[in-house]
Design a binder for this molecule. Structure first.
Ligand SMILES: C[S@@+](CC[C@H](N)C(=O)[O-])C[C@H]1O[C@@H](n2cnc3c(N)ncnc32)[C@H](O)[C@@H]1O
Length: 194
């Protein structure tokens, strides 16, 4: 599904980074960042342009090829790993930041990945998430239609136990991120530190 969706010269989520990521980027310690479900590379290339060492993982080879093209255009380097998060192992105590922007997974897989993410952060490392909230089912502005993939903030906090929360927002905002994320949306924004 994702390979098909990304198989166009257009960057379907745009080439500009996510707004929430921009707003918290200055709080990320310098070092190694893992971008989960990075897609076409808008967020990883932004972080690379700020001097971070970025590794981006996604199951879509088409998306990651576009991410590398965007990196070339922006004259930055990112490492890409083509893998399903079901098979990818997040190395413990390795990352200064882990980014999860609109990475919607089935609940059993999400719990596994986020458990590993907490273990994968170094002390003081940060976890940054923006995702559609359960209320997004009422809007036609993007995201999965399956409630299992739209966790409430309390569920996410349970899955990410071990972090200190600096930002926990459950809000409605205007999204302008390419043609698949456009209009009023219900989103969760989290910024946690280990
Ligand atoms: C809505 S896009 C978001 C892409 C990117 N994070 C962004 O904000 O532009 C969702 C991404 O999740 C990826 N994805 C979904 N399920 C995945 C899985 N099980 N393993 C790895 N990537 C996955 C898709 O390939 C796609 O790139």
């Amino acid at each position: 599904m994702w390979d098909e969706r990304f198989d166009t010269s257009e960057y379907i989520y745009g080439t500009e980074p996510n707004d929430f990521l921009i707003s918290v980027a200055s709080k990320i310690p310098q070092g190694k960042i893992l971008c989960l479900a990075e897609g076409e590379g808008r967020n990883g290339t932004y972080l690379a342009s700020l001097g971070y060492e970025v590794v981006a993982v996604d199951q879509s080879s088409v998306g990651l090829a576009k991410a590398q093209k965007l990196a070339q255009e922006k004259q930055v380097a990112i490492a890409t790993i083509h893998n399903d998060l079901a098979d990818f192992v997040i190395e413990p105590q390795t990352w200064d930041g882990i980014i999860s922007i609109f990475c919607h997974l089935p609940s059993d897989l999400r719990a596994k990945v986020y458990g590993q993410a907490v273990m994968g952060l170094k002390p003081n490392g940060v976890f940054i998430l923006e995702a559609f909230a359960p209320k997004q089912l009422q809007y036609n502005t993007g995201g999965p239609k399956n409630i299992d993939m739209l966790p409430a903030i309390t569920t996410l906090q349970q899955e990410l136990v071990g972090l200190q929360w600096e930002i926990t927002m459950d809000i409605e905002r205007e999204l302008l991120e390419g043609r698949f994320h456009a209009g009023k949306a219900a989103v969760i924004q989290l910024f946690g530190r280990k």
